[in-house]
Write a protein that binds this ligand. Structure first.
Ligand SMILES: Nc1ncnc2c1ncn2[C@@H]1O[C@H](COP(=O)(O)OP(=O)(O)OP(=O)(O)O)[C@@H](O)[C@H]1O
Ligand SMILES: O=c1[nH]cc([C@@H]2O[C@H](CO)[C@@H](O)[C@H]2O)c(=O)[nH]1
Length: 376
């Protein structure tokens, strides 16, 4: 065991041990102990003066936590008139939804987000904590409004139109990320959404690459996906739907007539994924709604059909899919095998009016996969 490991073992046994006691036990000077502690703190293994050791098993989700309001239309939607609807409110936000889904699947998860000092923010954090997510790193910003997402859904639960009122995320600066880095640095995996501003995303991608932390990105929407830097080296996996994938492949570097035809005349999903990979991403998952998902990455290429589902509403299906993949890969499955977990998690979430299903748990996930493989 090297010196750092010895010191860490002593701190784990007794988080209140003094530097003098450690020096005596190991047989080195107190100042040498102080040097090792400084180095462990810099690496993020030790998080502060109370010697709270980092949890290397945590998945860190960074991005949006919203109040979702969804109006499900009772009849075919008509424009410029009043449409009868049923409204449901739930917690939302891509990073938050993924964190909640992972906590439901018994993965230790922490959420770094910004909310306003309002009722919505208080409710969203409290509810997320109640569902098992560590929200101790969430930041409450005075005088800001918590992000809100208001969607109009058609009679089949598909989104017709949505409004994102999320100016608060512009305040999520690179400095905030730096401030929280000692917590993030020890994570097993980081998941970020593009609610974050461009400079914050750029810094996160660079640091995760430098420090070898796997990073998954949810592009959120085609508009917000434009915030990602052109060079995505350092991004382990990305999860666009088709519209977002087209946007991600649509860089000034790739614009010629063939590419324009490929996007707008007859989308070639695997070519689009290939172009995204050229930006530096290792694993690309293009989710295709009711059709399923296409994986293109270091493990090859494969299309997976979706599980036939009686959809209540679609909000959060992509977030649950991503959480299912994280569950799979953190339980030592390949990215290809993890697709089954993603499809199963999305299937469970599609059957509720919440943006993350409270029915999503390990037992239900495994049962869904067993039924899938039996062809039920
Ligand atoms: N109607 C459906 N029937 C069965 N499975 C579906 C359906 N819609 C979505 N899914 C499943 O959910 C996955 C993600 O859906 P989708 O492609 O709509 O993601 P998304 O647009 O990112 O979703 P969101 O932004 O609402 O979270 C799909 O790959 C598929 O497995
Ligand atoms: O711009 C955004 N639109 C929508 C969402 C969230 O997406 C979720 C569904 O995938 C939903 O909960 C909404 O709040 C977001 O975080 N940012």
């Amino acid at each position: 065991m090297d010196r750092e490991q010895q010191i860490l073992a002593l701190i784990r046994q007794n988080p209140f041990i003094s530097q003098n006691e450690m020096a005596g036990l190991i047989g080195i000077s107190r100042s040498a102990v102080a040097g090792y502690i400084a180095s462990l703190t810099k690496k993020g293994t030790i998080r502060g003066r109370a010697y709270v050791t980092s949890d290397e098993h945590t998945v860190f989700c960074i991005g949006g936590a919203n109040l979702d309001s969804k109006a499900l239309s009772k009849h075919a939607i008509r424009l410029a008139t009043s449409n009868p609807v049923t409204v449901t409110e739930s917690c939302g936000g891509v990073a938050r939804n993924i964190a909640e889904a992972l906590a439901g699947l018994a993965c230790p998860t922490s959420l770094l987000t910004v909310v306003g000092d309002d009722k919505a923010g208080q409710w969203v954090l409290e509810e997320t904590r109640r569902r098992g997510v560590d929200v101790s790193q969430a930041i409450v910003l005075n005088g800001e409004n918590t992000g809100s997402y208001t969607a109009l859904l058609d009679t089949s639960g598909e989104m017709f139109l949505a409004f994102a009122n999320m100016d608060i995320y512009d305040k999520f600066s690179p400095a905030m990320l730096r401030d929280k880095w000692s917590h993030i640095a020890s994570a097993k995996l980081v998941i970020a959404d593009t609610n974050l501003p461009s400079d914050t995303l750029e810094e996160l991608i660079r640091r995760c690459q430098e420090e070898n932390i796997p990073l998954f990105i949810d592009p959120v929407s085609s508009e917000k996906s434009k915030k990602l830097p052109t060079d995505l080296t350092g991004v382990t996996a990305i999860f666009p739907n088709l519209e977002e994938a087209v946007q991600l492949a649509h860089t000034p570097l790739t614009m010629n007539q063939d590419v324009i035809d490929m996007f707008y005349v007859e989308p070639d999903h695997s070519k689009i994924a290939g172009i995204i990979r050229e930006r530096g991403v290792k694993h690309v998952f293009i989710t295709l709604g009711s059709q399923g998902v296409l994986y293109v990455g270091e493990e090859g290429q494969q299309f997976f059909p979706s599980i036939p589902t009686q959809v209540i509403e679609v909000t959060g299906a992509g977030d649950a899919f991503l959480a299912g993949i994280v569950y799979g890969v953190t339980h030592d499955h390949t990215y290809l095998t993890a697709c089954e977990y993603g499809l199963a998690a999305a299937h469970i979430t599609l059957q509720t009016s919440e943006s993350t299903s409270s029915d999503l748990n390990e037992e239900r996930l495994h049962l869904t996969i067993n039924n899938m493989t039996k062809g039920d």
